[in-house]
Design a protein. Structure first.
Length: 273
């Protein structure tokens, strides 16, 4: 049986809210970032500081107690829903970047972080009363399609391995929690992420740039998901820059959250080769 994932389209109707009312007081919204110590997180925080700090306050989730200058840090345990719920107190939006990210990982390696952990984050966010979860999916959820095929959000998933399959499971959880519990959820199929400091390395080692996404485009896309109106309940979004050749179609992503990518990997890699 072929399962087609449908999407619910809703256009932004008003400017993003920068504050919420808590006990009669207006306070800046809080966004909890999970998994920021990975390869994507540092660049996201760097661009947040430059461009988006006035919109919301970022709280960092960490498995261990630590101090990160300029940020509130909360201890998270992905194996425990009750502890996750506690860490999400007062949080408006959860950005879940935490996962085993090796495309060649075995089922045993993705089971705890990508399947059980993903479910626990959704469940904790629901119980904590969060407005939205932004889930880091991956292009590997559809990497079974050949290059040259432009994949849309409503095409059936074709994962390239257990890692990709675990991301398909996370996308499915997005739909379930959105429909069953009215928790807004946006899943981003992140392509080949290129931080500013690794552009030359990526450009020299890749043989195609069809689903590359730059640091500033990745940060902008996450930001657009965070500030999208409440009426945006669910969507599977394409996480790539506006590349000359595209593996993932960007039309729906641009329409749903107002994404406006600035980069073309073919252009900036041409200047580095």
């Amino acid at each position: 049986m072929c399962v087609i994932f449908t999407t619910v389209i809703s256009q932004p109707a008003h400017p993003p809210r920068r504050v919420v009312k808590i006990r009669g007081k207006m306070v800046k919204r809080k966004v909890l970032f999970l998994g920021v110590t990975g390869r994507i997180g540092p660049g996201i925080l760097e661009d947040y500081e430059k461009n988006y700090k006035s919109y919301y306050g970022v709280v960092i989730g960490s498995r261990k107690k630590r101090k990160i200058e300029g940020y509130e840090v909360r201890v998270v345990d992905y194996s425990n829903v009750a502890r996750l719920k506690k860490a999400m107190k007062g949080i408006s939006v959860v950005v879940n970047l935490a996962a085993e990210s090796d495309p060649s990982a075995s089922f045993d390696e993705v089971l705890a972080p990508n399947i059980i952990g993903a479910y626990n984050v959704f469940e904790a966010a629901r119980l904590a009363g969060c407005e939205r979860v932004i889930y880091a999916s991956s292009v590997h959820a559809i990497r079974g399609y050949p290059l040259g095929k432009r994949v849309r959000e409503d095409h059936a998933p074709k994962p390239s391995g257990f890692y990709g399959a675990s991301k398909v499971f996370g996308e499915s959880l997005c739909y379930v929690f959105s429909k069953k519990y009215n928790l807004s959820c946006l899943a981003i199929r992140i392509g080949a992420y290129v931080s500013d400091d690794l552009r030359e390395k990526v450009c020299l080692n890749r043989d195609n740039y069809d689903y590359v996404i730059s640091q500033r485009d990745m940060t902008q896309l996450i930001h657009k998901c965070i500030v999208a109106p409440k009426s945006v309940r669910y969507g599977i979004l394409s996480g790539s820059s506006d590349n000359k050749k595209k593996y993932m179609d960007l039309s729906f992503t641009k329409k749903l959250v107002g994404y406006k990518p600035k980069d073309d990997a073919y252009d900036f890699c041409k200047g580095l080769k």
